[in-house]
Design a protein around this ligand. Sequence first.
Ligand code: GAP
Length: 563
Amino acid sequence: MQMEKLVSLCKRRGFLFQSSEIYGGLQGFWDYGPLGVELKRNVKDAWWRDMVNAHDELTAPAGAPAAYEMTGLDCSIIMHPQVWKCSGHYDLFHDYMVDCRESRKRYRHDQVRGRWVEAKDQRIFVTTMASAEDEQDSIQAKALKFFNLRAKHAEQLKWDGGIVTLPEVDDASKVLGPDAKSLDTLTEPREFNLMFKTTIGALGGEEDTAFLRPETAQGIFVNFKNVLDSSRIKIPFGIAQIGKSFRNEITPRNFTFRSREFEQMEIEFFCHPDTSHEWYQYWRDRRMKWYTDMGLAGERLRLREHDPDELSHYSTGTADIEYAFPFLPEGEFGELEGIAHRGDFDLRSHMEGKLDEKSKPLEVQLGADGKPKYRGSGKDLSYFDDDVWERDKEKLGLRSFKEYVKQNKDAAQPGAPYQYIPHVIEPSAGADRATLAFLCESYDEDEAPDEKGKMQTRTVMRFHPRLAPIKAAVFPLVKKDGMPDVAKQVYRDLKSHFNVFYDEKGAVGRRYRRQDEIGTPFCITVDGQTMDDTTVTVRDRDTLEQWRIKIDDLVEDLRPRLV
Ligand code: GAP
């Protein structure tokens, strides 16, 4: 599938628009149009329903070590600045950028790609920011210009190796920047923190600086105790959140894939340290299954476990669910979701002060004065398992938990195994990336007969029915003989059950095409026979099969087909 075709369909049919387009757009920001908002809402609703509301808390699902509970939160975007200091985002959340002294443009170091080429006794590294399918053409055009050669003399360019990224190049003096005319205009790579800054209140001093959250996860960690205290939830349990996150990406690109404002769908799953690896495996497989259930099957989707040397030492596993987006070079995959075993790093950092992620065992990171570099909340974020304590206390011959802690005061964790800091498994997905993957996967072109029976190419979005923005379209075959009135009544009857659409404009074949192009799974047509026997035809978008059904049975016929 060519990406331009999808991008053009998204704009033409109202899935996605560039933000502030009438002012020339704003890089890294996107608006969802009338159909896009339905699609993305369906993605988020399916995730929330499958992960939270429809989760059966009484039964251990296949592959899970036990039954578990799920609940949700909706936290503020701006949080106390100390949150980002303890989470590590203040110090560590950066990418490397390079600036071009000639064009004044800024690039993410690892996203500049190029190729070594030699001509006229000079060997240079020509770079580009063009998309994967255009990068060789772009590099060649720049090389010809640099060497002052015409296109017909392209054979004078001697290529050396394939396309590689800038971090793989050790001699900066030979690099021709993506928008430069001369060599050696790129600066050394420098760190660039990705958090957007803002100011709280009217005074606007340094102490009023706050940040737009770069992930939704931290809102869950800092509310862990609130959730425990305000509900009867017990470990193991997960807290889910869907919401906006912001990252000042140096080079936003590839449609919505890397945006500066995007939505995340995150779960922080809290469990006992002893079972955390089993829970990690469960969540990795459960999340992969969700994407396949929603239609991302096949070789374009993969689960990639990180190598042990890529893991932080407090983690026993991280996996990415990746999709072969069509804008990526052949054989490359882009991350849809990460599933990480995070140990007790986050809860302890918010409790004791930011931990040094390199220390083993984890210790609070100290500043030059020997005090914690970033102070934690000082609140106790441990979990007390009173069920297990009640079960064991008689056996231990003890009356209170205090007594137990006193007896064990010299142990590393005097309250263990009854009181402990839970370990966390974090399945963290992007709602926009998932939506983009569903758009890419759904796009198809095939042949279908027009109203004269002649085969015509049709564009069809094969969305899973749960994700389709419109579930069914209702048409009168012709605009006469009472058919529009009956069709409008069918539309009204269905509207309270599903998102349906009424259309009476143009030939019925054209109406089918319009619905195929936006992925409507079913088209319902009121025709001459309807007026005699109150049946309508239902047409399936994918199989093109048609069947007749009584109007009164439509809801019950469609319902199971839409789940
Ligand atoms: N709490 C963990 C976390 O935020 P992440 O891998 O940085 O982990 C999780 O982000 C997911 O959020 C990614 O897998 C991706 O789907 C989405 N995401 C991250 N940055 C994004 C961006 N700039 N644009 C769109 N989606 C993004």
